[in-house]
Design a protein around this ligand. Structure first.
Ligand code: ZN
Length: 77
């Protein structure tokens, strides 16, 4: 589930040009599990929850600068 809603403010800007028109990419991981018995699949557990990897990237829509955030700008607190 996205951490922010449409219209919410996010404290992030491009450091080279100061623009606040930015695309933010937040990375998630999930795992599907396959249980095998004698070499055959007997159970499949699809990923129930996606965990954030903590990696969040920014791309400036004005100058094209890309970077990795040290602190997730989408985190609430
Ligand atoms: Zn920029």
């Amino acid at each position: 589930m996205p951490a922010k809603e449409i219209g919410e403010a996010v404290d992030a800007k491009c450091s080279p040009c100061g623009s606040r028109n930015i695309q933010i990419t937040e990375e998630f991981v999930g795992n599907d599990q396959y249980e095998l018995r004698s070499g055959k699949v007997v159970e499949i557990t699809p990923t129930a929850l996606l965990d954030t990897t903590g990696r969040t990237h920014g791309k400036c829509r004005q100058c094209g600068h890309t970077w990795q955030f040290r602190k997730n700008p989408l985190a609430t607190n």
